[in-house]
Design a protein around this ligand. Structure first.
Ligand code: 5GP
Ligand code: MN
Length: 372
């Protein structure tokens, strides 16, 4: 017994050392006061609702589900993940994705959860406008609010706002948050799988926004925690239907419009109308990644994709290097996002959205003019 008493405290000390970011060759990116303030909110809460943005992607769902498993391991109960609308089928394998509540389908139930939670954790968005109708419920709820995100210009709606726009993904921030909270040992295989998925999808399988060497330390730690990265790649990127692949072929062969500047193809635009989507039995997630494809052309540095949804035109932008697209998305398509990956919406006809895009193309390739 005496021996045990000596060993157990030593063990705790050792665990503490293990928890230090420096031990993992990670800088303490998140401000210490923010970590403490967030942990005070978490400590006080029993029931937690985790929410994320409309049309949830790998980072949105990965960070939300990782946070759910993490908070559950800390004894929080109940912990619910609520999303505004449907998520793509290729993310349905994420641990506990089957327990996610969709606001669009279960508005009454989701509203009760948000109103009755002690704490609402908002992940991968920084403005209530990004969660559609759920935004009013969030803002009106009496719950304490914590936000963790990596988009620019946070609206600051939460009590604690952890915002690091230079991070690759919200999943990277969640990893750092758990680590900086001294809880690295709670990173189970399900948490690691969720976190890796978000880091992988938000960086295009580590092909952009992925230069920070520390990302690869995190990946190594996630691999040690049980992530099979090749398996996750297959589950996310190689699970499309035949129709989806034919849709990609159709987009590239028939629908890719290229615009020349200085005699070279510089900008690409792909549009899909409702009848075209129906022809290919379009499912949520099927157009994911199409916007990136024209960038494989050597001289194309800007790409735009427009999809005619039931109620609006969804617009996506991508660019390479020091060529921002988020300002253009904000100015002309009521959107925003990251420097090289942004999006927005257009309420009107697809032809009119195209016309607006083409009319202002010179502003896209010359971002300085946007500031005037
Ligand atoms: P995607 O083109 O993959 O839908 O979105 C790329 C990025 O653009 C997202 O991570 C998000 O930051 C941003 N984004 C997409 N749609 C919108 C939008 O409607 N509004 C804003 N503010 N950002 C968007
Ligand atoms: Mn993200």
């Amino acid at each position: 017994m005496e021996f045990l008493q000596k060993v157990v405290p030593l063990h705790k000390e050792f665990a503490k050392i293990l928890n230090q970011c420096s031990f993992f060759m990670l800088s303490e990116l998140i401000n210490k006061h923010e970590v403490s303030a967030a942990n005070r909110l978490i400590d006080k809460a029993s029931s937690v609702a985790i929410i994320t943005h409309i049309s949830p992607d790998g980072d949105a769902l990965g960070s939300s589900l990782a946070m759910k498993h993490y908070l559950t391991s800390l004894g929080k109960d109940p912990v619910a993940v609520v999303v505004p609308n449907k998520f793509p089928q290729f993310l349905a394998w994420l641990p506990d994705a089957d327990k996610i509540i969709t606001f669009e389908n279960s508005e009454a139930e989701a509203t009760v959860i948000l109103n009755e939670a002690d704490l609402i954790v908002s992940l991968d968005f920084n403005d209530a406008k990004r969660i559609g109708k759920m935004g009013d419920v969030l803002l009106n709820s009496q719950a304490a609010k914590l936000m963790i995100d990596h988009h620019i210009d946070p609206a600051g709606f939460a009590d604690v706002n952890i915002s690091y726009p230079l991070s690759s993904s919200t999943c990277e921030l969640i990893f750092r948050f758990i680590c900086q909270s001294g809880n690295f040992q709670t990173i189970s295989q399900p948490i690691a799988q969720c976190l890796y998925t978000g880091m992988m999808t938000d960086t295009g399988n580590f092909s952009y926004n992925s230069q920070n060497p520390e990302l690869y330390n995190i990946v190594a730690l996630l691999a040690e925690a049980g992530v099979n990265k090749d398996d996750i790649y297959n589950r996310v990127f190689n699970t499309y239907s035949a129709e989806r692949l034919r849709l990609v072929g159709y987009c590239l062969y028939h629908k890719m419009k290229l615009y020349r500047f200085n005699k070279v193809y510089t900008v690409a635009l792909i549009t899909l109308s409702r009848p075209e989507l129906m022809r290919f039995n379009f499912q949520s997630g099927d157009s994911e990644g199409i916007v990136n494809m024209p960038m494989q052309i050597d001289t194309v540095h800007y790409s735009c994709f427009m999809r005619e949804d039931v109620d609006k035109i969804k617009v996506s932008f991508r660019s390479q290097g020091d060529r921002p697209v988020n300002e253009f998305a904000a100015q002309f398509f009521a959107g925003g996002g990251h420097k090289n990956a942004a999006g927005g919406e257009f309420y009107g006809k697809l032809e009119d959205a195209v016309q607006l895009f083409e009319k202002n193309l010179n502003r896209l390739i010359n971002p300085e003019s946007l500031k005037q």
